[in-house]
Design a protein around this ligand. Structure first.
Ligand code: ZN
Length: 164
């Protein structure tokens, strides 16, 4: 699949909740997982591949040699604790890395492909990735969170982004 790059408008659109898990969603998320892993990503949101569904895929074991991909449908983040700053990238902004504050710990509620309601705890890099993908579903991008001292770096990068 082709990953949509900034400034494509779909990245700014809010996704819509999934009410029925169809064969198309199985096929879509399988391709998304493949695309995420092929691009060394930790997560990939539906609108990054041109879909407007409220779902993302994520690698639950970002530090392991063996990935554990999961499909996260209609997510809700509950309880976030302790803001920490770290470097972050996005497959829609190739080669751009920025220091972004995110919560270190969170609890995530979601549905999987089998319509089961799942609750997980996450911290560190996984918690960061979940917040990043969750933002995508609301049309929010990591560049929206930067601090003043990275503004110049971002502006330089964006000047070289071609309009879509
Ligand atoms: Zn991203």
């Amino acid at each position: 699949m082709t990953i949509v790059r900034y400034p494509d408008k779909i990245l700014r659109q809010k996704t819509r909740p999934v009410d029925k898990i169809t064969d198309d969603i199985f096929a879509l998320t399988e391709s998304m997982i493949e695309t995420m892993l092929n691009n060394d990503g930790i997560g990939l949101a539906a609108n990054q591949v041109g879909s407007q569904l409220r779902l993302f895929v994520i690698n639950l074991r970002p530090f392991d040699d063996k990935p554990e991909p999961a499909v996260i449908i209609n997510p809700q983040i509950l309880k976030m604790e302790e803001l920490v700053e770290d470097e972050e990238g996005c497959l829609s902004f190739p080669k751009l890395f920025l220091h972004i504050p995110r919560y270190r710990y969170l609890i995530l509620h979601y549905q999987n492909l089998y319509n089961e309601k799942i609750v997980i705890e996450a911290d560190g890099l996984l918690a960061r990735a979940i917040q990043h993908e969750y933002d995508h579903l609301n049309g929010i991008l990591f560049v929206d969170h930067i601090k003043e001292n990275e503004r110049e770096k971002l502006e330089q990068y964006l000047m070289n982004c071609k309009p879509v």
